[in-house]
Design a protein around this ligand. Structure first.
Ligand SMILES: [Zn+2]
Length: 466
């Protein structure tokens, strides 16, 4: 067998795939032992391979628990890019130049690495370099874990021979999903006709026409885009006969799922991934996301960085990527709010079930009675908008301690009065004093460069229109 570029190693891929398949049904203790072995290998590689971790891990005994290691913050880490990589050829300038060239999306950097650019939704953009070993792990997890967790559901989108999947997203940059689509098309020529990217940045009528013309059987996109397309499907301007919708990249709410499944008349399968680790969790037949705990560690933490027990919602999550040694991520502050299930999932999987609340929304601080602050949580605001006003495609941007600007997507404008009512009622019950709602009828919810929408944007945040 011949290798097709050294970002793909067929022998390694076969071995990883066999391991990923076996681990999906292993005993929790066996998964924990595998994870510990991989963590020890990562720490050793990071300590000897990078200046950054040689420094950060200095003086720590080999047996120190992960929680004794310092937290890695994205801005500090990006500021010392060259110190954080295990290959001297990977300079920040070289990686940035590569990621700035759209003609090279999905091609290997220096013949051997994949590069994911993050959208910068939480500040500065990140540049994530992945080695062949990590790519083999992501490939195996993405292909095999849905199959292990939901064998019936995994075939809904068709067999690999009948696959026809549209990815609708930001296809103009080196974002993880688009890089993966283009890399898979390069490595598997038969996929080139079965898998196609559609830009979310083109005018909506053009996007609808392109999708109507190509007629995918599977639609893969972000939840907010799926909601928008579901509304177009109901209106009749989109006419797809889908077997499955796949979502990822943003938080998926229950009401969003119901609306998408009803409009397309097919099931939805959700997943959880990030530029920091492409395939963190897949959904089982019971609708729970199961963490790929053999290859990634996610520590739920409170706002002081202390561990949060199962069953409780965290303030953030620290990610340790056990697959990638070229640019180690150890206790990296991912920012996502997660909840690890306290009980095993009814599906019987040994992999822990998690809920993800995402990082793309802010909590709002508004002014209440007697000058005290009132916090409105993004999840609560989204639930009010979805369940009470029936609106899914929206953006709330804080202007000051009394004022929110409301932007609605195309097709949602008729529900503006209901949004006002629902938001005012909710704000009053929370103790907000005299909430002012500004309508911005001429401004659509702003997508970031990666195509994702931050639906709730706090005052002073730079994230609304990046
Ligand atoms: Zn399950």
């Amino acid at each position: 067998m011949q290798s097709i570029g050294s970002d793909f190693d067929p022998w390694r891929s076969a071995a990883v795939a066999a391991d990923v398949a076996a681990m999906a049904h292993a005993a929790p203790a066996a998964i924990a032992a595998t994870r510990a072995r991989r963590l020890a290998a990562l720490l050793s590689a990071a300590r000897t391979g990078t200046r950054l971790f040689a420094e950060r891990l200095r003086g720590l005994p080999d047996a120190a628990p992960l929680s004794a290691l310092p937290v890695l913050r994205k801005d500090d880490w990006m500021a010392r890019f060259e110190d954080g990589v295990a290959d001297a050829a990977l300079t920040r300038a070289a990686v940035r130049a590569f990621a700035a060239d759209p003609a090279r999306i999905g091609l290997p950097l220096q013949g051997r690495y994949a590069v994911f650019e993050s959208s910068g939704s939480s500040g500065s953009p990140g540049l994530f370099v992945q080695d062949a070993a990590a790519l083999a792990v992501y490939d195996a997890l993405e292909a095999l874990r849905p199959l292990a967790l939901d064998p019936q559901g995994a075939w809904r989108g068709g067999s690999p021979w009948t696959l026809r999947m549209a990815f609708v997203g930001a296809i103009e940059g080196h974002f993880a999903s688009q890089v993966s689509v283009q890399r898979l098309r390069r490595l598997n020529p038969w996929l080139a006709t079965a898998l196609r990217g559609f830009s979310i940045l083109q005018p909506l009528p053009d996007l609808l026409a392109a999708l109507n013309h190509w007629q995918p059987r599977t639609l893969a996109t972000y939840p907010t885009v799926a909601v928008m397309l579901a509304a177009e499907q109901q209106r009749g301007s989109l006419r797809l006969r889908l077997q499955e919708v796949r979502t990822g990249g943003e938080t998926l709410g229950e009401a969003q799922r119901t609306a998408i499944e009803a409009a397309f008349g097919c099931p939805l399968r959700n997943s959880y991934g990030a530029s920091e680790f492409l395939a963190m969790a897949s959904e089982c037949g019971h609708g729970a996301l199961h963490l790929n705990a053999d290859w990634v560690i996610l520590e739920p933490v409170d706002r002081h960085g202390h561990a949060v027990p199962p069953g409780e919602l965290s303030h953030g999550a620290l990610l340790t990527n056990l697959a990638n040694h070229v640019q180690p991520l150890i206790r990296y502050d991912l920012g996502d709010r997660i909840r690890v299930a306290a009980q095993p999932c009814a599906c019987g999987s040994p992999l822990p079930a998690i809920e993800v609340l995402g990082r793309h929304d802010d909590a709002l601080q508004l002014s209440g009675a007697q000058g005290r602050d009132v916090t409105l949580l993004p999840l609560a605001l989204a639930t009010v908008m979805e369940d009470e006003a029936g609106v899914f495609d929206f953006q709330l941007c804080q202007r000051d301690a009394h004022t929110l600007a409301l932007r609605l997507g195309p097709g949602e404008a008729a529900r503006r009065a209901r949004c006002h009512e629902a938001l005012q009622r909710y704000a009053r019950t929370q103790g907000v004093r005299a909430l002012r709602l500004l309508d911005e009828p001429d401004t659509l919810p702003q997508r970031g460069r990666s195509g994702k929408v931050q639906r709730v944007v706090a005052g002073g945040s730079r994230r609304g229109g990046t």
